[in-house]
Structure formats: structure tokens, C-alpha cells
Design a protein around this ligand. Sequence first.
Ligand SMILES: [Mn+2]
Length: 359
Amino acid sequence: MKRVFSHLTVQPDLILLQNASEPFIDDNFFYVTGLDQGLFEGSTALLYPDGGLDLIVSELEAETAKHTDAHLHTYKKKETSNGLFQPQLASATTIGINFAGIAHQQFMKLLEQFPSKQFIDVSDAFTKSRAIKDATELAHIKRACHIADQVMEKIPELTRESLYEYELAAEIGYLLQKHGADKPAFDIISSFGAHTAEPHYTHGKTRLHRGDLVLCDFGACFKKYNSDITRAFIFGSPSKQQQDMYDTVLEAQEIGIETARAGINACDVHRAVSKYIEKSPFAGRFIHSTGHSLGLAVHDGGIGFTDECTDILQEHMVLTIEPGVYLPGIGGVRIEDDVLIKKQGVEFLTTASKAFRRI
Ligand SMILES: [Mn+2]
């Protein structure tokens, strides 16, 4: 993982990543080790500019950690783990830390234990490095996308009058794993009717009725990499307003897809999409960004299709394109695909049907 060092202007002697307990686990631990199993609570990774890697892990996960070429050190008691890398730190003066991913308590312990060291923030270098996916990462993401596609295509078979939102969520979760996901990428969104107007509502005890919009937003996590797809359906026949919403969002997404390519400013994609919706009858009802980077994290940080992000799109970035419109009390539509940025445009990684399906 020398790439991380190449994004740093001030070179530390080494980079130290440390996990606390779930949920304070640093994704970068998996990024640098390539490990695709295990939890690694309390584990530490030391990265050197020459590409070397030391791992300090609990003996509980020593077997799992053997799937790397790292030098492995194991501890029995958590309190002794920092002592195990004292020799490696002895000759170092500057130590890179992911300030965005270390628990405050862990960092305070390091300061106390190694008072003469200078700790510098290397979080930006990880963000930049992770934005560009390598072949293995892409293969994992593609698989995660394919699994999510297969499940999305099954939604029409799963819905019926009076179905509960949580029942549909349970079916989706089951099918994701049955199709090869290690787990769902995030809490499954399966909302009906007015709830579809709440972008981050997940699911509850609402039943499905004729005329309801159905919004499904979920992803597969495969070997720690995620997909993220959204489709909207109609239970029965759409009203004119529902049809207009769907058509507007679909066209907005098409505009985003046509705009995105390597060399383009990320904000220009969002602006093109937003401009179209603002001229539609749904002006003011597009209330989030057009998309986000995707990878080890569902919101992979750094780059995104927002009004503020001025990063230039580069080949091998993976982002979502997901415009939506939301009418409080009535319902909402969002259509989301995952795309790989290429020189001339984008490659779709998710491909489930985008017809406004009557279910
Ligand atoms: Mn998304």
C-alpha cells in the first residue's frame, strides 16, 4: 500500500492504524491488509514507506490474519498490545495516524505511551488513495453490484397487498445473503407510500396498499466492499403525479450519467442534475446530493456529486448517481446506480431494470 505514502506531502516514518471496538473499526485496516474476513477489534497495523506491514492482533484472530504477507504479532491481553510495537516505533520520529478513523481514547493512550513522537494526520492520503479502485477492489464491487441487481429484480415477486415494510426488508436481507453477499451493505430501506418521501427512513410497520409508491434502497457487502442501488415501484397503477415524479427522476439520472466522465469536475454533475429538477414541477424537492464514492464504506468519503466538491473525476473511481424528489406526506422517488468512471463516460456496475414497474 505504498500508494498511501505517495499522497502525502510530509512523509511520516510509518503509519499506525488502530481499531477500537465495534463500531470504531477503521476501514483502512482492511484496505491496507486486504483481509476480507474478521473483525479485528483492538488490532494495530503499522505501514512502512517500503510497503512493509506489521500487524498486531489478538490471538483470537491470529488464524484469520495469516491471509496476508504481513509480519504478525499476537497478544493475549489487550492492555499489552501497544507494548508489542514499541521496538518498531523506537527509531521513528513522525508517525502518521488516520485522525478520521481512530477512537479518541485510543489516540490519547498512544500520546501517553509515546510522548516524544510526533503524530500527524494522514486521513486525506487514505481518502485520495481509496477513491481510485484497483482491479481486486473493482472485482469485489462488481460482484456486490451483481448480487444487489439480482435481488432488485425479484422485488415484484415479493410484494402483495398488506405486506409490511419490515417483511420486505427481511426478504431482501435473506436474498442478498442467499445470492452471495456477506451481509447487507447497510440497513435496508423498503418504504411504502408517504414514507418514500423520507430518504433515510428504513422500514417499519406500514402495510402496502394500492396506489403506494414502493422504494427499495439496499446493497450487498462482498468481501468488505459494498454496492448501493435504489429503485422505485408502484403497487397498482401510478397517478399522473407519481408518473411525473418517476419520469423527472429518471431523466435527471440520465443527465447525470451523460455528464460524468474522467476530467469533469464532480460538482458539475450535481449541478446538471439539479438544474434539470429545478426547472421541473418538483423544484426544491431534490434535497440531497447526486451521489457519493463507494467502496469499503458505503459513503466512501472524499469525492461526491455535490455542489461543493471540486475534485476532478478520474478513471477507476466508483460513485453512485442517485437523484430523487420527495413530496412530504405524499411520497418520493429515487433512482440509484453505481458507476465506474471511464475516460469517455461511465460503465454501469448496477443494471437492474429502470422501467417504472407496476407490482
Ligand atoms: Mn447511495
